[in-house]
Design a protein. Sequence first.
Length: 87
Amino acid sequence: MAHSCTHLASVKTDQRNSRGCEECLKMGDTWVHLRLCRECGHVGCCDDSKNKHATKHFRATNHPIITSIEPGEDWSWCFVDRVVLQL
């Protein structure tokens, strides 16, 4: 049986709060890839980035679903259910 996401009701937005990682921009730092929190619009850097702000945002807020906002990518990830999604 395929594992599915039980947090789709938390998807409330596809609008980003920032054009880059919010915390990295404040720190004057760089990132590798960007992820959008689908609950609040927070933009954080991916786990390949040294600061891992998207994951830190999840741990601080429990907002479960992020979407890649990299050009050409259309996947999402549920941190809680640990499953890739196509929203």
